[in-house]
Design a protein around this ligand. Structure first.
Ligand code: KG4
Ligand code: ZN
Length: 338
């Protein structure tokens, strides 16, 4: 397969396009964040997200190709997120990708968004992770541990039973009066607090599974804030909450590592930008002699370069006929997208 791919990502509220060579070298990566349109509603409004994608995507694609100093004709293929995500958002990207693939007569690849997050670790990485590796994928919509045996051989071995880690961050941040998405602000606030100030509960796995849960923790924070209304030290609450989330995530990583043979541990998803989680994973890696990969934040949060990288490595397994590719908002993790 020739490897100059245009990636398109519109599964949620980021309108993104990128050009990536051979799944590694990012020639351009453009992303227009829509946060300002959703902020006042305290969360993502699907109808607004899809309208914004319609308004922004063509310019994002043109921009990505121009920044890579190429013309559309130079591309070897088009990769697009097929799902999971918001249906109205996904169809905007899928329709554009199909039109481009047909007009340029280039192959089209339909990528599973979650597989994209896993391949983020290959972008501009020297060295890149080697198979098999363990991925902790933590974003606003997902929290899972994935055993990655090869580009198309991946198995979810642990998942959240309720809130995703990013969702828990955003909901707790809201309780603390921070704007959406509150994860990064809570992270910053926690730097001035004492992580040991309040002993919030840590979800324990009783049945030996690698699953996790964050809703009990979020409820504890709510009760704590209600019962300490006048004496609350918000920074201490933020730091103590964050320490509980990181403990749960690292407990599952440690347990998963002991169960199978891997070359390394890869962190991905928006919450991978969290300073406490990064610190905990690095420290754990040093202590246990394990190589860890933490992609830069621009590749951990939703972006189109990771979609192009996944398409490059998964190749024919995700190649699709342009006339038949459809968006699938509920695409299961196990399914290769095409
Ligand atoms: O992967 P992502 O960009 O979007 C998807 O959910 O797919 O992840 C966004 C999530 C949000 O919940 C946001 O609050 C969280 O990642 N996040 C953080 C940090 N940066 C982003 N959470 C904690 N600490 C951070 N520094
Ligand atoms: Zn994502």
């Amino acid at each position: 397969m020739r490897g100059l791919l245009l990636g398109i990502e519109t599964s949620c509220d980021d309108t993104a396009a990128a050009v990536v060579q051979d799944g590694h070298a990012v020639l351009s990566s453009v992303s227009t964040n829509q946060d300002r349109f959703h902020e006042k509603y305290g969360g993502i409004v699907p109808e607004i997200a899809s309208r914004q994608h319609v308004a922004l995507l063509s310019a994002a694609i043109e921009d990505a190709v121009e920044r890579a100093q190429l013309r559309l004709r130079d591309l070897d293929g088009i990769a697009v997120t097929k799902g999971p995500g918001l249906i109205g958002s996904l169809v905007v990207g899928v329709a554009s990708a199909k039109a481009l693939a047909l007009a340029l007569e280039r192959p089209l690849y339909g990528v599973n968004h979650l597989h994209g997050h896993i391949f983020a670790a290959f972008l501009d990485a020297d060295p890149a992770p080697e198979f098999p590796f363990l991925t902790l994928l933590v974003s606003g919509g997902h929290s899972q541990l994935v055993s990655v045996q090869g580009p198309t051989e991946m198995q979810v071995i642990g998942r959240t039973r309720d809130d995703a880690a990013g969702e828990a961050y955003d909901k707790t941040a809201r309780l603390l009066g921070l704007d959406f998405p509150g994860g990064p602000q809570l992270d910053a606030m926690a730097k001035n607090g004492d992580p040991k100030a309040i002993a919030f509960p840590r979800h324990r796995s009783k049945d030996g599974s690698l699953d996790m849960s964050f809703s009990g923790l979020k409820t504890s924070v709510r009760y704590y804030l209600q019962s300490h209304e006048t004496t609350v030290n918000a920074a201490d609450v933020a730091a103590s909450f964050q320490s509980a989330v990181v403990d749960v995530l690292m407990d599952r990583v440690d347990e998963a590592w002991r169960r199978e043979t891997y070359t390394s541990v890869v962190l991905s998803g928006g919450v991978a930008a969290n300073s406490a989680l990064q610190h905990a994973l690095r420290t754990w890696g040093e202590r246990n002699g394990v190589r860890t990969f933490i992609p830069p934040p621009k590749y951990c949060t939703d972006n189109a370069a990771m979609i192009a990288a996944a398409a490059f490595f998964q190749g024919e397994a995700v190649q699709s006929e342009p006339r038949t590719l459809t968006a699938d908002p509920n695409l299961p993790f196990e399914l290769l997208a095409a």
